[in-house]
Design a protein around this ligand. Structure first.
Ligand SMILES: [Mg+2]
Length: 386
């Protein structure tokens, strides 16, 4: 079998409403859909998400495609090795492209062997994946109402974005805790907005609301600072922005900077690299959960196969799916009680609906993910919030 064609489509799926976080407000999920065709008619589909989809598209089409077309799709190690070596000096951005190509090749591999993708990883470990309810920055009253709604729909863990204003964040967490009672887990994510002192002070003030964990409280480039926060508070600290690659994970373990890795196959350079981070975490007694750039159903299923086949995912995982106004799959993902059942279908287990793909390709306007159109005074706030 030979790969005859690699093609990409840039899409953007609008959210129901803006997602306000410490670094901006975003209104949609942009991503790159990758299709790899073979001379025997089988097609593998993958998705790249990341910070700049036009650049990732150019990399995939003009830098990476020639390493893929003409190859036997089963020669995964060889193809991935070439791509990784080729972008060694710019791997931070190259990894996003490799992740989408690898996913399409793994989907194809599953179809060739007629088995679900999770069987190409560790095999089925859990038949259902649980997700956390996402709460973005808003007033305490609005957040409390959202939290009640999410719990009513079966969410048992909530993830709150924080990091614009500490006092308001404390009031928001208090309101949500009051609304949902003691049994629901609440984690917070300032996305690097705090410095060490602010992080310690803010987390200590919020500890009485029983935080499950705090994700990336301080800048990702200061692992010593993160370790200082981790030692100073009782709440587990999660590495998100600081945990993109396997090498990042090694450094975090060395610094004892966190108790949890937030893992993104997209940032790690694919599912197989993400799986290596999970195995490393197993050995270092660190928990894992999957993060999200706001993938479509395809990328969500990639995370599902990773979590389904790995022991070390004791928490509900991230998804923006509830905020998205649609999807590109033929069959919409069926979230029941904040959970997705793992499907026993070959590869990723999903087909792309061409009409939906065309529909979500129509708007190519760049989105300002990291700034805030609703606040003209907004400045990037990494490590800056008092
Ligand atoms: Mg995060």
């Amino acid at each position: 079998m030979k790969i005859t064609k690699l093609s990409t489509r840039r899409i953007k799926i609008p959210f129901h409403k803006g997602e306000k976080w410490s670094g901006g407000t975003r209104y949609s999920a942009p991503s790159l859909i990758i299709q790899i065709e073979t001379d025997e008619g089988l097609i593998g589909v993958g998705e790249s998400v990341g910070p700049t989809i036009p650049v990732i598209q150019t990399i995939v089409e003009q830098e990476f495609a020639s390493f893929v077309v003409g190859r036997d799709p089963l020669e995964l190690e060889s193809i991935l090795h070439q791509l990784q070596e080729y972008c060694l000096n710019w791997s931070h951005i190259g990894n996003y492209g490799i992740a989408g190509i690898e996913l399409a090749l793994l989907d194809l591999r599953g179809k060739i062997f007629n088995t679900p993708l999770y069987n190409l990883l560790g095999g089925l470990y859990r038949p259902e994946i649980e997700f956390a309810g996402y709460i973005f920055i808003d007033t305490p009253d609005n957040n409390a109402r959202e939290a009640t709604g999410l719990v009513g729909r079966g969410f048992r863990e909530l993830k709150m974005k924080v990091g614009r204003d500490v006092d308001q964040d404390i009031a928001r967490v208090a309101a949500v805790r009051d609304a949902v009672g003691p049994d629901v887990k609440i984690r917070i994510d300032p996305n690097q907005a705090w410095n060490v002192k602010t992080a310690v002070r803010a987390i200590r003030k919020m500890e009485k609301y029983d935080l499950q964990m705090v994700e990336q409280p301080t800048p990702a480039n200061d692992l010593d600072g993160m370790a200082e926060v981790a030692r100073a508070v009782d709440v587990p600290i999660t590495a998100d922005e600081a945990c993109a690659t396997f090498e990042d994970a090694l450094r975090l373990i060395d610094k004892r900077a966190c108790s949890v890795f937030t893992i993104y196959p997209s940032e790690a350079g694919g599912l197989l690299k993400a799986r290596q981070i999970v195995d490393l975490a197993n050995s270092a007694n660190i928990w894992c959960l999957t993060g999200t750039w706001a993938e479509t159903g395809l990328g969500t299923l990639a995370n599902v196969h990773l979590v389904a086949s790995s022991r070390n995912f004791p928490f509900a995982n991230d998804t923006h799916f509830n905020f998205m106004t649609g999807d590109i799959l033929t069959e919409t993902l069926d979230f029941q009680n904040a959970r997705l059942k793992v499907l026993n279908k070959p590869g990723l287990g999903a087909e792309i609906n061409q009409e939906k793909l065309d529909y979500y390709s129509r708007d190519q306007q760049r989105e300002m993910v990291f700034y805030d159109p609703e606040d003209s005074s907004f400045q990037p706030r990494i490590g800056m919030i008092k």
